[in-house]
Ligand binder design. Sequence first.
Ligand code: TXA
Ligand code: MG
Length: 337
Amino acid sequence: MIDHNVRVNIATAVRLLREGRTVAFPTETVYGLGADAGNPTAIRRIFELKGRPTDHPLIVHLPSAESLPDWTREIPAQAWLLAERFWPGPLTLILPRHPSVPLEVTGGQETIGLRVPDHPLALELLRSFGSGLAAPSANRFGRISPTNAADVRDELGNQIEMVLDGGQCRVGLESTIVSLVGPRPCLLRPGDISGAELSEVLGIKLETSQSSPSIRAPGLLPSHYAPETPLILRPTETLWSWVTLLTERDCRVAVMALTASQSMTGSAGKVNRVPMPLHPREYARELYASLRRLDAGSFDFIFAEKPPATLEWLAVHDRLNRAAISPSNPFITGETA
Ligand code: TXA
Ligand code: MG
């Protein structure tokens, strides 16, 4: 149920969006920075606010799969199958762009990313607006996506007209992206909806972006979603010896820990141990907010204990690997794990 105050907020948001302004809104994955996908001036404002290169395409959010024909000139049967099974939900489909879609939205490409988000506020906003909203994650380019309204304000401050507050995002990581424009469906970004679930609906195995590396997408850059404090990803076996070494050298260290291992005798005062959930979905929900909190905590290093190398952790591994400092960093030369 949407209460009276929320309706008023949505009416205000719709008015702002019709005037070509930006509104941040919650989705089930992360908060989006929304603007009218049919208005090139409004779209340019998104790129300005995010500091995002203009050739990186945006996802257009739709009120339902029924509006697909307005945004894509060709809807393969696979798109209907996936939409029927997973929308509203954390799945973005890459399809051929409809000629009426401004090229500003697609970063100049002939394809477009489309999804129907599964969040009551987002759906109400989209229905009231009555058309597509382009919305990248509501963070500055290269930074961690916000998963609550306070984090959106931290990222974009008073530069944006309005933030609709829908609480903490349920999924916490960006949507799964599947391209349906190549010869075979291709998983471009892992997310809450797994490759196995998609394969089951489509009846074929998906390609991965490693096998089709030609598509431009910032979420696919090796370094992305990064905190400013160096994040170091280590397996349980080597993590604590690194932490001990650094704390002995008077570094302030935070550890996102999965196991209860290792009493921090001797360095307890300098280590902030953050217990992370052992279930991949719960871990995903907390990951970005934890990284943000620790990034603001004046630590010299943030360590993350590597989750198990199983498929259910794939999306979490993907984001942790992008957020972590590169293995070529001199600090961790010699460590191969
Ligand atoms: O969960 C999500 O997808 C969130 C919420 C707000 O919906 N949005 C999001 O947007 O993560 P953004 O812009 O931060 O990431 C969108 C990803 C980018 O990596 C972008 O390049 C890719 O989608 N993308 C969008 N259109 C594309 C296209 N035509 N071809 C390939 N990749 C595309
Ligand atoms: Mg993003």
